[in-house]
Each structure stands twice: as structure tokens, then as C-alpha cells.
Design a protein around this ligand. Structure first.
Ligand SMILES: Cc1cc2nc3c(=O)[nH]c(=O)nc-3n(C[C@H](O)[C@H](O)[C@H](O)COP(=O)(O)O)c2cc1C
Length: 236
């Protein structure tokens, strides 16, 4: 008695479904399954839409508040994204109160000011230039580098920026996974934010995220095209 035959997979139209034809007993032979799924998504079409294809840079939010639990849920996904040596230098300032929001708005480019004032919550994603002090916890294998990094502020700053920017991208996707709309903005005076709202932290502002619940596409502008894989890649 042989194994099972794979008789149909269309992962795009039937996400999550796999048809196999089996005799009454015996081994399920999935040889060739990996090849058959090549080029297909490993998440559902709905999730791919939510996270990427229909996720937009939104402009309007509902009145529904964003809770600490919402932000925690997003962070608990985003924190798993990879960073060099597991340094994880992203830090987040949650700008929730009216006074803090008004302070932040003064440091934004004019076109972004009202958006900050109107959003249910605004996050300042920042790079912690003192990230090396967490290495004994986050990267015990590299704990010996703490002293070296302590004396290399430029290297720390560059590492913090590169990796925290990566993590900012993870955070945007994670917020969307938590069902929230996100509007990223870097049109701002980052140094002024550092000197005002981030004074004394050693954090450098990278990007500001307006976050909230949305209806439909959240008033987004018409979608602009993206480069295709053949335009954005080379193979050697
Ligand atoms: C790092 C970053 C900085 C951005 N800065 C601004 C900004 O200062 N003002 C603004 O209106 N939009 C800003 N955007 C929004 C982009 O213009 C928008 O994400 C892009 O046009 C794609 O839009 P879509 O996500 O709706 O397809 C920024 C986006 C990113 C990721």
C-alpha cells in the first residue's frame, strides 16, 4: 500500500487548504509539498492584505482611544524582529497628553502639526545611544563589548540608528497586526525633539508615528505604485 498523493494545492485561492488523496492507511507522503508551495504565502491572504497590501499611511482616525494594552500587544510582536547582536536599541516615547502633544507639534514640519494634534496617540520612535548597557541581558555572548562601546560613542550612535530604524519598521507592521492604523512621519526637527521631550534619556528621535483606530483606508491618499521585484533586485 503506497503513501498519499497530493492532488491539489492552490494556496492563493484556497489559503490554508491542502488536498491529499490517501489510501485507508499508511504514511502521508508530502514529498514535493515545499516545491508546490514555492512562491506562495505562508500567511493568509487576509493577513497579507492587513499587514501590507491594504495597509496605508492613514490620515484620519476614529475617536476610539488607543489603550496601553494595544501598544503592549504590538510591542510584544515587534520586539522579536532581528537586530545586530540582539542590541534592540529602539525606544518609544508615548505622547498621550495634550500638553506633550502640543510640545511635539511645535517640532513637526507645518504639514504634520495638525496631524499630531488630532491623533489619538503619537509615538516617537527613538534610538537609544546607551543601548550597550543592556548587552549583559540581551546579548550575554557579547557582554564583553560593553566597555569597548562605552568609549565609542560614534559607533554606538550609528549602531543604534541602523537597528532602531529596522525596529521602527517592525513596529509599524506590528501595530497594523494589532488592528491599528499608522501614519509615519519624519518631517520634523529631530534635534529639537531630543532636546525637549527626550532630554536626559540619551535617545535620538527617528520617526514619529500617529496611531489610532481607522475606518476603511483611514482617508489615505490614492495608493502610489511600488517597484516590482525585477526593478528592485539584481542577482549575481
Ligand atoms: C520614514 C517615513 C517618513 C515619512 N514622513 C512623512 C512626513 O513627514 N509627512 C507625511 O505626510 N508623510 C510621511 N510619510 C508617509 C509616506 O509618504 C507614505 O508612507 C508613502 O507615501 C506611502 O504611502 P502608503 O503607505 O499609503 O502607500 C513618511 C513615511 C515614512 C515611512
Amino acid at each position: 500500500m503506497g503513501g498519499c498523493d497530493l492532488i491539489h494545492i492552490n494556496h492563493r485561492t484556497n489559503p490554508g487548504w491542502l488536498s491529499v488523496q490517501c489510501p485507508m492507511t499508511t504514511d502521508l507522503n508530502l514529498t514535493g509539498l515545499e516545491t508546490s508551495l514555492s512562491g506562495s504565502l505562508a500567511i493568509t491572504e487576509h493577513d497579507a492584505d492587513l499587514l501590507f497590501r491594504e495597509a496605508r499611511t492613514v490620515r484620519t482616525f476614529t475617536d476610539e482611544p488607543v489603550t496601553d494594552a494595544d501598544l503592549q500587544t504590538a510591542w510584544d510582536l515587534a520586539k522579536w524582529g532581528p537586530t545586530a547582536m540582539n542590541t534592540g536599541p529602539l525606544r518609544v516615547l508615548v505622547v498621550a497628553g495634550r500638553q506633550a502633544r502640543e510640545r511635539l507639534a511645535t517640532h513637526m514640519n507645518e504639514g504634520n502639526r495638525q496631524r499630531v494634534l488630532d491623533a489619538p496617540v503619537t509615538l516617537v520612535a527613538a534610538a537609544d545611544t546607551g543601548f550597550h548597557t543592556k548587552l549583559p541581558l540581551l546579548a550575554p555572548h557579547a557582554a564583553a563589548r560593553v566597555a569597548h562601546l562605552e568609549d565609542a560613542p560614534q559607533m554606538r550612535s550609528a549602531m543604534a540608528r541602523t537597528n532602531a530604524l529596522l525596529q521602527s519598521g517592525y513596529l509599524i507592521v506590528a501595530l497594523r497586526a494589532a488592528g491599528l492604523g499608522v501614519a509615519p512621519m519624519s518631517g520634523m526637527d529631530a534635534d529639537a525633539i531630543d532636546d525637549d521631550l527626550l532630554a536626559g534619556t540619551g535617545w535620538n528621535a527617528l520617526v514619529v508615528l500617529n496611531v489610532g483606530h481607522i475606518v476603511g483606508d483611514g482617508g489615505a491618499f490614492p495608493r502610489a505604485p511600488r517597484l516590482g521585484w525585477d526593478e528592485a533586485s539584481i542577482t549575481r
